[in-house]
Ligand binder design. Structure first.
Ligand code: ZN
Length: 117
């Protein structure tokens, strides 16, 4: 008996089980191709999520920069106001995190194999 990750919810389950104990995926009724398809779908969903993180981060950067410009006194004055620079810093960190996550997902060993019937 070995421990595998559920192809749907990625929690740890026994390879002997016919159902995932966490998401009730009927593993016993699934072919290798079905499992590969599920893993591919889950990987694509994560790529989409990581891209959304970077888009939200870029939005935070732009909003933070505009806010800094508009805050009194006007212009990008130093020292920067606390809230806009906080938003910019948060956006920068989130952008990096999203890019690292996307890079990790696209690494060869983390890509699912395409389904073969
Ligand atoms: Zn599951």
């Amino acid at each position: 008996m070995a421990i595998i990750n559920c192809p749907n919810c990625s929690k740890r389950i026994s390879d002997q089980s016919t159902f995932c104990a966490h998401c009730e995926l009927p593993l016993g009724e699934m072919s290798q191709a079905d499992v590969a398809r599920l893993e591919l779908r889950r990987w694509r969903r994560r790529v989409w999520q990581s891209k959304n993180v970077t888009y939200a981060a870029m939005t935070a950067l732009v909003v933070g920069a505009i806010w800094w410009w508009l805050a009194e006194p006007q212009g990008w004055t130093l020292p920067p106001p606390v809230l806009p620079i906080g938003l910019i810093a948060l956006g920068g960190v989130a952008y990096l995190a999203g890019r690292v996550w996307l890079f990790w997902l696209k690494m060869e060993r983390n890509r699912p194999r395409p389904p073969r019937d």
